[in-house]
Design a protein around this ligand. Sequence first.
Ligand code: CUK
Ligand code: CUA
Length: 680
Amino acid sequence: MKVQPAWTFPTGTGKRGALAVLLGLTTVLGACSKSSDLDDDTPAPAKSSSTGGGDSIQAIAKERGLSPDDITAALKTYTPSGTHDPYIMFASGGHSGQVFAIGVPSMRILRSIGVFTPEPWQGWGYPVEKDIISAGDSDTTPLTWGDSHHPAISQTNAEYDGQFLFINDKANARVAVIDLKDWMTKQIVKNPIILNDHGGTMVTPNTDYIIEGGQYGAPLGWSYASIDDYQKSYRGAVTFWKFDRAKGRIDVDQSFAMELPPYGQDLFMSGRLVSDGWVFGNSFNTEMATGGDLEGKPPMEAGASQRDMDYMHIINLKAAEADFKAGKFEKMKGFPVIRLTTAIQDGLLYFAPEPKSPHGVDVSPKGEFIVASGKLDPHVTVYSFAKIQQAIKDKKSTPDVFGVPVLDYDSIKEAQVEVGLGPLHTQFDDKGYAYTSLFLDSMVARWTLGGNYSSLHPEGPWKVVTKIPVQYNVGHICIPGGDTAKPDGKYLVSLNKWSIDRFFPTGPLLPQNLQLIDISQGGDKMQILYDLPMGIGEPHYAQMISADKLKPYTVYPEIGWDVNSGKVDPDAALPGKERIERRDGAVHVYMTAVRSHFRPDQVVVNKGDKVVWHITNVERTQDATHGFAISGYNINLSIEPGRAETFTFVADRSGVFPFYCTEFCSALHLEMAGYLLVKP
Ligand code: CUK
Ligand code: CUA
């Protein structure tokens, strides 16, 4: 095993020589070969580009202090103006509650997608689509933020199909559906029985189900029970949301949950190919610690880290679905829940011991291995799906305190690989390597898979091949196609939690650091290419897809398009039919927007009128988006070409309210305005 410091040259002078010839860089490489340039790993601020030294590559590199590694990294990531990235990465937005789309390898942020939180640029929730956000409110409190964690791209036959994206809100146990035709959120569901989640969203290989695992044990259905009754009254749960692909929505009526012991369920992952129909999750508090530090009990995290083993959950989803369809559930807050006793009796749930406070659980591309990482154990543990099935068949298990069969560890374990300190998440490439993030070591370890992948490796199976330092404290890692049967091994993005010295300090709150790593070569070669500061929320996870699998609209298909129904709104405002009419106790405004005017540009109502405002952008030109804002009424829309929107408000304040276009759309953009006059 070779540890590769971040600052070493690619090995071999042949490559350097070739690069130098390619670029005519003999001077630069000569200058940078001085050991003082190479051995100093303290980051120096890049100098501003040369003004005096001319525009030659040599002069620029010398002036900016760029090493040959820097130059190869720049060449591998630089994406000239007008060219597009081959990969698109969807990263969760963490506390922002949104999703971010990032081009790879340029690492250019392409857009945010409003999900759980109002997002002003796209008018998300002001007030358009407010209903979608509020559909996910808890029953008494409107929720105005989310903690988005795990995006999942829809799959067909265990490959990303680029049609939909799902994302969970850890803070409030919500799941959202984003349509990748227009990159807009179409639905948010609030889990009726749990208040927070974590192990979501992961999808089954044909996106039949979106998996949402809970996290912190609590009485199901948001009810109260004394914490002294933790084992008796607190529970975990996993929910299987049925996805209706034709409708592009979760079908709540065909969705169900399964009651689990209160073990702090963490991540879940669907099986695929050989393990299709099964779901794997883990847990980190089989101690059932509840804290109580002021009363002299062990603090929460210490109490939850006492045992050597926690439990990986092994769920037979096909059998659970059959039980649900056979009515073998109880309703809780109107939602079907398969009780723990049924799950045990019917063989829906098994446990596998897994070392020390596990976090990630990941399934190998062909579905035959399940990899779990114990945060407090330097190993990843690899389980064989075939051995798990055999142990279930042979009844090689002993029950836990709830009666769930715990499979015999040695019978189902395939391998343990000592990867380093703080292993969290594992991804796979197309060359039979697995990659595990090491939070405490601040490294990513590359190791070899065994089984059918063994022939790919001269190094032998289950061996760490190399590690690359990352800056710093990596959480998830992301490889294109990383959660599918066909991963692509070109890039890996390391989603680092700490950035410390990487960027100019932005006050005490620093951005996270997403680092792009070249993994296209095997063996011990990996190279950091780019650092992307994320100053807009903490991405936990990301999924990356080949850009050619995405087929987004460039403009909405027809004028008057209702983005929620996915067809023309029969009541849309249309060109030539603009008007203001009073009917059904409301003032209806039918307005069109086109460069550079709103028609009508004066709207007069009386104080107290209910106003129903229909507005359509009648443009057919790509990117001819108009915004629409009414001062004083908190109204703010983004209307892309073809889109029709309707919003309703009560004109409860009299006065003169200018409205205007908020996108600088044309030379007369500032003039694209009008007046709402509310008569006293
Ligand atoms: S979690 Cu954040 S580093 Cu929510 Cu998937 Cu592991
Ligand atoms: Cu339309 Cu600015």
